[in-house]
Write a protein that binds this ligand. Structure first.
Ligand code: NAP
Length: 320
């Protein structure tokens, strides 16, 4: 019987379905990632790995996994996997695109609103008993409607955010490797060079994947070129922005604020300088975290494993 190792506690219904046909072992913790030595040992014995974005599936692991046929990542991003090395070893890699698009776009738009309108700060203010009187500029933020949103990485999620932004009468700019004529027609989005987008946007939103090309794409120079009233939002991957440069830009008033779902190193430490800044709204990589969507992602990852182990085509294969 083929063996599947699942690197985190997932929904019992998904595990039970897999158990009907396969030998399934689970790292049974919801909040602790599987230790590296356990993962390596399991990779050696398993035919399939059901992985999270916090698991490093690298050359070391792939070179000592003689039975491994498929790595099914429960995420659309797959920068935690050496896909080239997997392909070389004849191991299929799958991800979970599409099913998380709207949920992640909702979170991205929430971060735009929460940062611009200072929602976490205002919620803390009232809970701490600081509200003694109404005043004209009490916790006044910035408007979102009719402002300019620049989207870096206008893929599925980027376009779903553009749809939301059009409803807020925003002017939409975007930057990708290829033009998205459909988004231009549907939402009036305009294609811009990265430098143009950074200069003209009131909100800059990163939704590009982490690749060798995008790593450090937003550094000191790019942040300096943004408006000093601009808000920077990252829902893509942490290392796309140079975090030290971001901290400096926020401290020096080169930009007005940031809304962050992803970080250079996750989990971010409690005493990280970004967490003590009033103009930063930080959330712990919850882009696709609705119970409905997470369940659908689990199901899709499991279906990909089932297909490969049954000798069929996976539903959502990653290729490089
Ligand atoms: P997608 O449809 O593949 O879109 C990715 C977009 O990024 C594409 O439009 C691509 O452009 C663009 N891109 C790639 N390299 C670029 C570069 N060097 N410069 C500018 N643009 C570039 O993927 P998606 O489903 O929208 O997801 C996008 C990313 O969001 C994922 O890879 C993941 O890292 C992140 N994500 C985060 C969360 C979260 O919880 N925070 C949840 C889901 C996804 P082309 O079309 O021209 O190739």
């Amino acid at each position: 019987m083929s063996k599947i190792f699942i690197t985190r506690k997932i929904d019992d219904a998904v595990i039970d379905e897999l158990r009907k046909s396969f030998d399934v072992e689970v790292w049974d913790s919801e909040d602790q990632a599987v230790p590296r030595d356990v993962l390596l040992k399991q990779a050696k014995e398993s035919h399939a790995l059901f992985t999270m974005l916090s698991d490093q599936i690298d050359k070391e692991l792939l070179s000592d996994a003689p039975h491994l046929k498929v790595v099914a990542n429960m995420a659309v991003g797959y920068d935690n996997i050496d896909v080239q090395a997997a392909e070389k070893a004849g191991i299929i890699v799958t991800n979970t695109p599409d099913v998380l698009t709207d949920t992640t776009a909702d979170l991205a738009f929430s971060l735009i609103l929460a940062t611009a309108r200072r929602i976490p700060e205002a919620a803390g203010y009232i809970k701490e008993g600081n509200w003694t009187s109404w005043s004209p500029y009490l916790l006044a933020g910035r408007d979102v409607h009719h402002k300019t949103l620049g989207i870096i990485g206008m893929g599925k999620i980027g376009q779903a955010v553009a749809k939301r932004a059009a409803g807020f009468d925003m002017n939409i700019l975007y930057h990708t490797r290829s033009r998205k004529t459909e988004a231009e027609e549907q939402f009036g989005a305009q294609y811009k060079s990265l430098s143009d987008l950074l200069e003209k946007s009131d909100f800059v939103l990163v939704l590009a994947p982490l690749t060798e090309e995008t790593r450090g794409m937003i550094g000191a120079e790019q942040l300096r070129s943004m408006k000093d009233s601009a808000i920077f939002i990252n829902v893509g991957r942490g290392p796309v922005v140079d975090e030290k440069a971001l901290i400096d830009a926020l401290k020096n008033g080169e930009i007005a604020g940031a809304g962050l779902d992803v970080f250079e190193k996750e989990p971010i430490s409690k005493d990280h300088p970004l967490l003590s800044m009033k103009n930063v709204v930080a959330v712990p990589h919850i882009g696709s975290a609705s119970t409905e969507t997470r369940f659908i992602m689990m199901k899709l990852a499991a279906d990909n494993i089932k297909a490969v182990l049954n000798g069929e085509k996976p539903l959502t294969k990653v290729s490089v």
